[in-house]
Design a protein around this ligand. Sequence first.
Ligand code: SAH
Length: 376
Amino acid sequence: MSALAPALLIRDARGRDTAERLYARLAEASDATLSDIIQDRRPCIIVGEIDTSILALAPALIDRRPEELAPLVFVSCDGELVVPLLGSGAERAELTRRVTRALDPASTSAQPLETSPAPGSGRVGVVGLGPGALELRAPVVTQELEQAQDILGYTTYVRMAGPFRADQRILDSDNRCEMDRARMALELAAQGRRVVVVSSGDPGVFAMATAVVEALDETDDPAWRSVDLAILPGISAAQAVAARAGAPLGHDFCVLSLSDNLKPWSQIERRLEHAAAADLVIALYNPSSKARPWQLAHALELLRRHRAPATPVVLGRDVGRPDERVLTTTLDEVQPEQVDMRTLVIIGSSLTRQFPRTDGGAWVYTPRWYPQAPAG
Ligand code: SAH
């Protein structure tokens, strides 16, 4: 076997049969430590349980930069699951394909198993769960979830999407960035799996659809490009909250994410300025979190320079979920402490108004006409 053969580490004795298949075709047994293998930039295959393997991997990755990592592919003990974990796009995809091919029963027996799907015939459905309540979820999404073999997404959303059957694999992946999760979905589908990536609300609104389409744009691997990709929409938080409050988004509006994790704060401020100047109703996603404590106060300060103190503000928290709370207040009264990362904030325009309901709350709406609109 060549010096470049991937190192193979078995982390669980139940993976011995799977490892034997890989030894025979592809890899070399190694007694080097994970740190040494990573240090030497040697391609690597780990056979074992994914969670303990990731825990073992974590210390070896401290102080490493992603671009200096050789490909590392994880294989479950039964050989059913092949997951590209580390390394750059092309090398990692290549190692993943070699591993998948080496494990494919069709490549040893004359009669391929009918249950193993042909590579390239997989599908990725990027689905929106809506705000939470099942009755607000599109039937086409429920159907996609029923047909899924692999389900990917943040644990919270995967839990919201369940329950699942025992034959469905849950790959909740809080430890991955969105792009890695997207690539994982495409790679599994390229291997023939039927994959669902879950987002809350709508998958195209500050959620996973962009990452999946971007990951596809990034590659010219024909196996990824031939994956059947479908984006299935959901009711977004702004719509769900607006419906509870009345019709605050009834006229022109915009949606902004206040998170400066992926864009600079100066950009957010500029957009807020323009949205405020254009008298748009503004729906704020990701308004506040423990890691971003001051941003909302700054945003409110900026908006108060443009809009009247009595401008209606709607705070919707966990809408469509058991702890739902909707509060209507005004721009001068709203406090950042009333808002957290599970809240969506709607700031009215100069036309937005509110009036009391008999139950003590308020109806909020934005009329569709402007006072000075030309007749006709
Ligand atoms: N794709 C999602 C948005 C994800 S960004 C969608 O279309 O709704 C996450 C932000 O969405 C949260 O910080 C919060 O502002 C908002 N959000 C998501 N679900 C919500 C819910 N059920 N109630 C209120 N706000 C929600």
